[in-house]
Design a protein around this ligand. Structure first.
Ligand code: ZN
Length: 372
């Protein structure tokens, strides 16, 4: 060992052997790429705000409930419907009422990343840092902002500033089988906005085009974090009513962070076509259906069950021919059944038969390139 480690603080030293040491503080020292790093659990536990882990890395949105913050996403058992408040965060501890798991920020990271606690702590200290606020930079009970008016303003500013789609976003969509022409059409139809693919450039763009105050007011920039989480998710899909927007990753992330984050009211994406309709799950499947040549009006739901029986878009379907093509999984099947139930006797509804082995329309696009 090239240096003496005293069990406190954070030391990095070159070493020449692979070792793992239990420290007096309960942390681990691990060897990473030939560099000796000590990860002091207590230090990590005391540094990072748990709410910031839920919101910055997991992409969850909190609801304040009686001195705690409640989330619909659990680091261990994953997301539920937006209406659920199964996971409670209080005094830097979380507790899930669905799977009954609980713990602190390191336990949350271990469950979410699916790695041992020592590795999770190290991810928090390393790459996680850019997504999270330190505890001393974040009020213990962050005010959860649900300012729909500000979100509408942000959406309208982003739509107004949109020029040609960012090349990294374009490349990503092309890799999913969507053509350049359809991406450009989606931009023209105000369904897609893109930020620069480089996170630093995305931050500068957001500051120029939206401004810090409105980003904070809309809840898109969390007080205390270095940059809005959307800087790392440059591809955004705007709901057809322009009251909701979903930002998503366009590539592999160094750490396991939420693929997409939504702001504003959940609502569908709509690609206007002929009088016949097709209901799919998510914006990528909507674009996939268009790419595969459907002439129907395509409605992309933000989730298989993320809609209400009295939604306006649903009532507009009365009397029409409807193809239901939600994902080929349990949630998709349950959602399809509910849609068919609601529309029974009011519209002509048919369930889409997925190609064998395809879990959704984008799978089919990549495999076959056309609709059955
Ligand atoms: Zn859970």
């Amino acid at each position: 060992m090239a240096s003496i480690f005293d069990g406190e603080g954070f030391h990095v030293t070159q070493v020449f052997s692979i070792e793992r040491h239990l420290l007096s503080s309960g942390g681990f020292a691990v060897i990473h790429k030939g560099v000796f790093m000590s990860v002091d659990f207590k230090e990590v536990r005391d540094s990072y705000a748990l709410a910031s882990f839920f919101e910055g890395l997991m992409g969850a949105k909190g609801k304040p409930v009686a001195g705690s913050i409640r989330y619909s996403v659990c680091p261990s058992c994953g997301p539920s419907s937006d209406a659920s408040v199964k996971c409670s965060v209080r005094n830097e501890r979380w507790h899930c009422f669905a799977c009954m798991k609980k713990g602190d920020v390191v336990d949350a990271a271990a469950a979410f990343f699916g790695v041992p606690a020592a590795d999770a702590a190290q991810q928090l200290v390393g790459q996680g840092e850019q997504f999270m606020a330190k505890r001393n930079e974040l009020p213990l009970m962050p005010k959860v902002v649900r300012d729909q008016e500000s979100i509408n303003q942000v959406i309208s500013m982003l739509l107004g500033a949109q020029k040609l789609p960012d090349l990294a976003c374009m490349d990503y969509l092309c890799s999913r089988g969507i053509s350049k022409e359809i991406v450009e059409d989606a931009v023209f139809r105000k369904m897609i906005v893109t930020l620069p693919g480089d996170p630093n450039a995305a931050l500068r763009f957001l500051l120029d085009c939206v401004g810090r105050d409105l980003l904070l007011k809309s809840g898109i920039w969390k007080e205390g974090s270095k940059a809005p989480a959307v800087c790392y998710r440059p591809l955004a899909f705007v709901n057809s009513d322009e009251r909701g927007i979903e930002f998503r990753l366009i590539g592999e992330s160094a750490v396991a962070i939420a693929k997409s984050i939504r702001y504003g009211e959940p609502g569908p994406w709509v690609w206007k076509g002929n009088d016949h309709a097709m209901i799919v799950e998510g914006a990528i499947d909507l674009l996939s259906a268009v790419q595969m040549g459907t002439k129907r009006t395509v409605i992309g739901l933000p989730g298989a069950k993320n809609w209400n029986a009295d939604d306006k878009w649903l009532n507009a379907l009365v009397g029409r021919h409807i193809l239901v093509a939600l994902d080929n999984d349990e949630a998709g099947q349950a959602g399809s059944k509910d849609l068919e139930e609601i529309l029974k006797g009011r519209a002509i509804v048919r369930r889409y038969q997925h190609l064998a082995g395809c879990k959704d329309l984008n799978d089919q696009l990549k495999l076959e390139g056309r609709i059955n």
